[in-house]
Design a protein around this ligand. Structure first.
Ligand SMILES: [Fe+2]
Ligand SMILES: [Fe+2]
Length: 135
């Protein structure tokens, strides 16, 4: 099966090193999942990969919210709300996959990829100017 591995492209980069590092880690988790699907690894390996992505995301969001709070980011409440919705979505995918209620079809993988990119390319780009201005 053809795979769609992700890399941290220029337009995903925030220029804030720990954030870029954590985004890279999330991309790695996604790629592990993509690999597990492409090579037909056992169900357990896919479940672990998706839960790893959820864990990395949860840690990253906590870090990001602390960073934004420390820098008096005016739109923090909205950003936090976006994080909450994103976490709810990935937790739902992970538990449904674990319970055998979700198949990782090409369409599902595309949704997960879009979920990841919406955060990095969409939502996060709004705070970059604010944080880098302070730096
Ligand atoms: Fe982020
Ligand atoms: Fe974010």
């Amino acid at each position: 099966m053809k795979t769609d591995y992700l890399t941290l492209r220029e337009n995903f980069r925030t220029g804030i090193d720990p954030v870029d590092e954590q985004h890279r880690e999330m991309i790695e988790c996604y790629n592990d999942l993509e690999r597990a699907v492409a090579t037909g690894e056992p169900h357990e390996a896919r479940v672990n990969a998706l839960f790893s992505l959820a864990d990395a995301t949860r840690r990253h969001f906590r870090f990001e919210e602390n960073l934004l709070e420390a820098n008096d980011y005016p739109d923090l409440a909205r950003h936090r709300g976006e994080h909450e919705a994103l976490l709810e979505q990935i937790d739902d995918w992970a538990s449904r996959l674990r319970d055998g209620e979700l198949n990782l079809t090409r369409d599902t993988m595309r949704l997960i990829r879009e979920w990841l990119l919406d955060h990095m390319v969409g939502s996060d780009q709004h705070y970059v100017a604010h944080i880098r201005h302070i730096d």
